[in-house]
Design a protein around this ligand. Structure first.
Ligand code: SME
Length: 156
């Protein structure tokens, strides 16, 4: 019960944070800063944005990362191809995982839809195994829904 209350407070805080912004990059940048502040045990959080069937590095917090990922490759490209969230409990067991930060041990990738089309993905890495569960998935999917709605309104 407590966890649910914390999550809804954080979702409200996030909504409040982005509500007056209309420049895409500022919104994405602050989204990564917000998540970096509230999530424990993470070492990378950022966006990859889809353009011409390829994912390009967007705003992020963490170590320098690969700048291009083809659709279908790595965890990010697989999430786009499957159009669904992927939780990787141990990145060494995910065939084709792309290692950007050697400290990353587990990962979650959530696709971001704008007007029903994939706009990019939210990618989060953790330095511990098994960091992400269905609770994180639900919370992050709610964050991306708020973000999608806002992007749909400003990108009209
Ligand atoms: N691990 C990702 C690549 C991006 S980094 O984690 C920042 C992947 O396999 O798609």
């Amino acid at each position: 019960m407590k966890k649910i209350n914390i999550a809804s407070d954080l979702l409200l805080a996030y909504q409040e944070l982005i509500k007056d912004d209309f420049f895409e990059i500022s919104i994405l940048a602050n989204t990564t800063a917000f998540l970096n502040e509230i999530l424990e045990n993470i070492n990378w959080v950022g966006f990859y944005l889809l353009k011409d069937n390829c994912l390009y590095l967007g705003p992020f917090q963490g170590k320098v990362a690969c700048t291009r990922i083809e659709v279908g490759k790595g965890v990010c490209g697989s999430s786009v191809a499957r159009k669904e969230t992927i939780i990787v409990f141990d990145v060494s067991k995910f065939p084709g995982h792309i290692a950007c930060d050697e400290n990353s041990q587990s990962e979650i990738v959530v696709p971001l839809f704008v007007n029903n089309k994939i706009y990019g993905v939210l990618d989060i890495d953790s330095p511990i195994l098994n960091r992400f569960n269905s609770y994180d998935q639900n919370f992050l999917e709610e964050i991306t829904k708020i973000l999608s709605k806002h992007l749909e309104a400003i990108l009209k």
